[in-house]
Each structure stands twice: as C-alpha cells, then as structure tokens.
Design a protein around this ligand. Sequence first.
Ligand SMILES: [Zn+2]
Length: 744
Amino acid sequence: MFERRLKVVLTIPILGGLILIARLYRLQIVDGPQYEKRAEQSLIAPKRFLPPLRGSILDRHGKVLVSDEPTFDLSAHYGALSEDEDFLKQYAREIRRQSRHYQRMSRSDAEAEALLRVQTLYDRLAELTEASADEYFARRDAIVESVEFLRDYIWQARAGEGIEQKKEDMRLREEDRFHTLIRDLDRTFQARIEIELGDLSFFRIMPAVRRVWQTEDRSLAHMLGRIGQVSKERLEEDPRKTDWLARYRAGDLVGVSGVEYLAEDVLRGTRGYEEKNLDGDIIESVASIDGAPVRLTIDSELQQRVAEILKVAIDTESGRTGASCVILDVSTREVLAMVSVPGFDQDTFRKHYDHLRDEARTRPLLFRAIAEEYQPGSIVKPVALLAGLKHGVVTANTTYDCDGSYIDHSKHWHCWTHWKHLPGHGPMAATGAIQHSCNLYFYDLGKHVNARRLSAFYDDFIRGPGHDTSTVVRSTGLLEERDGIIPTIDWIETHRERGYTWADGCNYAIGQGEMQITPLQAANMYATLANGFYRDPTIVMGDQRERRPKPIAGISPDQWQLARRGLYLCVNEEHGTAHKKATLDNLVICGKTGSAQCVARPVKTKYVFNVEQEVPVESAQADGLTRTETVRLETVAPTLERARELLELPHDAKPDEWRVVERWPPIPEGRTTPLPHAWFAGYAPYKKPRVAMALIIEHGGSGGQVAAPIGRQVFSAILDSTHDYLGVGTPSERIAKGNDAADD
Ligand SMILES: [Zn+2]
C-alpha cells in the first residue's frame, strides 16, 4: 500500500510545477538579510495552510462515487533536504537551546550532530515504513534538482534584465519551504513516525487530502475524470485569484478531465490558515471551507449493469474492439447512463498509463460515448425522412419501387438486399422504407432533397437549431466531447475543396459519406424523434445552463407520426430489420438498426526519425573532437509516444517517415474491409416515450443480428431498475398489476 503511494508521489512531474513558479520569478527572491530570520521562524513558529476537502461526486440517487478524505503528508524543510550550511548552523543553535545535554556541546559538535540527524532521516524513515531509503533519496534528489533548476532559470532571467548577482547568493522562497516527501501517509506509519522522530523540527506531518474512488465500476472512469497539478494557464485565469486563501497555488490539484474539470468551480473549496506561537498555542486561525458536492444525472447501478452487458458483447468476438451506450430521459435529456467499454481503473491509472495508452486495439482511455465519432449508417434514415417530408420531396404515400439496384452494374448504389442475394423490396413508402431500411427509397429521397438541405436539417436536428457554428458544440459541457462531422457546405468546401454532387445527397440520406456522430448525439437524435424537440443533454442535476427545448421547425404532427410509426414497425412487425430482436413482452420499443462502414485501425507503425548527433572523430590526432552527423533511427511501436520512448527522443520529436505495419481487426475472408460497427438506437414506450438510447458495438457486423438483441437487454435492464424511468411502474408495481405495461 505504502509503496504504491510513494511511487505516485515520485511520478508527479516536479519540473512542470517548478517552471510555473519560475515564470513568477520576481516573487521568488528573498532579500539576503531577511533570510536568517525567516529560516528561524520557519523552524520554530509553524504557520500552515489547512486544506479544504474537495466536494464529492454523487450519482442521481445520492450514492457517493468519488470523495475526499483527510490525510497527512510528510514534509521536510528544504535546508535539511539540501544539507544547506546556513540551515545546519541554525539547526545546531536550536539543538543546543533544546536540551541541557547539548548546551555543553561545542558549536562544531552541535553542527556535526545537526548534520547527522539530517542525514540519518532517510534510513530512520525506511525503518519505520515499508519504503526503502533509496526511494526517499530519489525523492530528495528530485526536489533539490528542481529547486536548483529554478535557481538557474531565475538567475539567467535576472541576468537578462541586467541584475548582477552570484548564483549562490540568491535566496529563493522555495528554500524556506517544507517539501513533500510522502503524500497520503498511512495512519500506522504516521503514529510510529510521530513517536520516533517527533523531536526533529525540520520535518513535519502536515494535514492534506486525498481523492478516494468509492466505486469499482471502470465504465465511470472516463466520465468522472481526474485531478492533476494546476497549470500556468489555470493559475492565470483563476476567477478567484484575488482571494489569497481561495486562489490556486502552484502544485495544487485541480480537475483536469471529466466531471472533475466540468464542475471544478463547485467542487473546489477554500483553504484555511493557522498560526501558532512558540508554546504551540494557536494565535490565529481561519477554518477551511470544503467544496460542495455535485450530483450527477447518472444512475450508477444502471450504468454498471449496461457496462456488464457491453463487456460480454465485446468479449464474444476478438475483433470487437469496444462498445458504447448512452441512455437519456426524453423530456429532461438527463443522461441516465453513458457507458464506454473498455474502461480503466482510476486507482492504478498512473501506474498503468503507458500500457493503457499503447493498447491500440481497444483504446481503453477513449471515452467512446462522447469522444469517438462513427458513421451513423441507417439509424439516420428517420431524420432523412423528416427532411424529405419538410421539403415536400415525399409525402406519406410517395412510393419508390425497389428492384435492388439504384444504378445497375455499378459497384455501389444497391439496396442492402442486393448483397444478400435477395430480391428488391418492391414498392416502398415512408413507413415501410424505415421498417425495411430500404436504401433505394432513401437514395432517391436524398437526391431530391439534395445534400445542402439535408445536411442543414441534420445540423439542426443533431446539434440543435441555431447553435453556435464558430465552436465545437459541447452539449454536456464535458471537455472531451466532440460534435461529429455533419458535412455542411462550409465543411465540404473547407475539407474537400469542392461543392456538393447529387451523390452526396444520396449518401447522407443513408448515413454514409463523410457524416459522423457520437453515441451521445445518436441517443439525443432519438430523444428528439420521440418528442419533437431538440434539447441539450446534461449529466449534472439542476444544470443551470440555458437548455430550453427547441422545436424542429416545419414538421407537422402527422409527419412526426410517420417517422415514429416506421420505427415502431421496424421492431414490432414482420420484416422489420429489428423484428424479434428488440422486442420485450411488457414494453413496446421503437428503434432502428444500422451498420457503420469503417477501416481497420493501425496498431503497429514503423517510425523513422533522422536525428542530428555528435559523434567522436575517429583519428589518433583528433582526440576528443566530435562532428555532427545525421543518424537514422527507426522502431516499430503502437503509438508515436512509445516510439519516442524506445528511441529515447524528446517528447515533441517528429518522425520523418512512418508506415503502418499492422492493423486491427483482421479483415474476414471475402471482404475488403473489417466488419462494420453495429448500431441500435431507439426509444420506449411507443406512445408515451420516456427513455431514448443508442448503442454501438465496434466491428459487431449486422445491426439487426448483433446490436438489436443488445438493445433489448439494455431496455430490459432499464425495466428491471427499481426506479420507474419508463413510466410503466417499478418491477414490484408491475407484478402487483399483473405485468401489463404494453401500450401499442
Ligand atoms: Zn430496398
């Protein structure tokens, strides 16, 4: 336990924080004459900050997912760590004052005693804890090295401003401070250390806090996010920087991702302060103010249940690289579950970081629900139908006769029946075209609506009418959220350097071409289909942002009903692509299946770097001379970061060439691409929709065969919840009523 924590301290980048302090270097210099007084004060009149507890993160029912617990850090004075001469003299004087035994000692003997105490600290700590003295030495050296780096930086900066001073004469504030040797000290060790070493004034056990994960559900790791050292930018932009107790200080831990970042202003607290006199009595104190809790809209039990379902689904076939599922309340757009698998374990994140980063097949660090974009495929067809109805291109009765091929003898442009060697669908009208997922009906619709009008409609439907086009639409506010690709005319001109063609309209109507959306956008699209309003989803209870429902303009109630009837038929009528796959006895589900075309991902790449290196000149006369030579370095690695590590190159080294040598998953026989991603998206109940969802199984293959049955399992898990999200009663209420919840 202890070892793990010590290593965590060791891996925190000390340099990063120090560079930050260095930038504020004018504040770092201590005037020479003041130094001695300060050193004395810091030893005998402890003055310390009291850290606040960071707010907890709870699920929608109040279950604590993450919280802070008070703990202690062990810190040592920099003078002791660096064995500074002035400090040791000062400490020797203190030793002689402290006890009669030492009063008779000569000054030099007392100084030798001071040095001995400082030098033996690490071995004594090692005896009292489970860490080795070497680990303490490593930590001590890292601290001293970083302060010396700081001294060098400041000295150069001052020299640049014409201030001349010997580097050794410059006193830094860091030299008056206590630096953390061990974070989060185990209580058993704390007691032992206090008893054994309590008389050594150059180290202290200081109050601190630690973030504790109260849930083992790995699928929550992406969403909850992490805390990390405050950056220079965050220090500068801190809204509370004028409050000397509340403001961030270099080295503070702040939310850097997920909810920890999103809710930082609520979660962070205000530090307190305490000053004691020489007898140890408190003469001044201000209590710390703890951060406030944040309650999420997530039902952590449902989240965990869905994560288990998806885990089983991807473990079934080795080529399935990951999966995601998002569940929303249709009316409030509160996210009930937002699952991304595989996930990772927060407690061992730092230790396993390299492995997690380099796991290129399954990418466990990727928050698929909001940060990965997929082709929507056929799940977008009901939205395309609404665009056709809105623009008068089709009516409820307009039919298209599907014979299986839109363009005969072409490589593409067929209905999906063509690839399965089935006859065409015959005459298709609006609802039937959705039920059967007929490509030809939608090719024709897309061609006549045209790409410009279709993508403009998608943009309103998926990102919200009148959204800000100048920035990424982060509907939940999460930093990781991406907003997909909707190939509006601006996008096509910028990224393809061309205008639209008729074929773009056909492709967009069946969710192919450039278009990509996230699982969250897919779920929200189905919530909008269910109630006719766009609304930003949220993951925070009582979200104070402006989130009014916005109507999708130009669609009549009858037209909405056509799209919804199509989704009903798709699941509940014979020949629907999800028929018998996504039905439950006591819930009427509406939905649509889809397949997203994709390519295999690179998992091993050969990187080549041409690096300038100094090499010795090989000649008897040229002893010690070097010349610059360009050396070709190459390696095969799963990520560029790994390649740089293997070749010991700087973290920003750019490769001169690279070539993919292995992709994943393998391409099945008879195909030219890997299996497509399988989608299922829908809502329930049919007549009074309460819950919408979307799920995707990467490289799952058929939406109908693979994703729809998992959709059924997800709805079944929602039905089994003790909370009545579907408005059909809780399981016990349904049993009392005779289990009759159908509403077709
Ligand atoms: Zn067809």
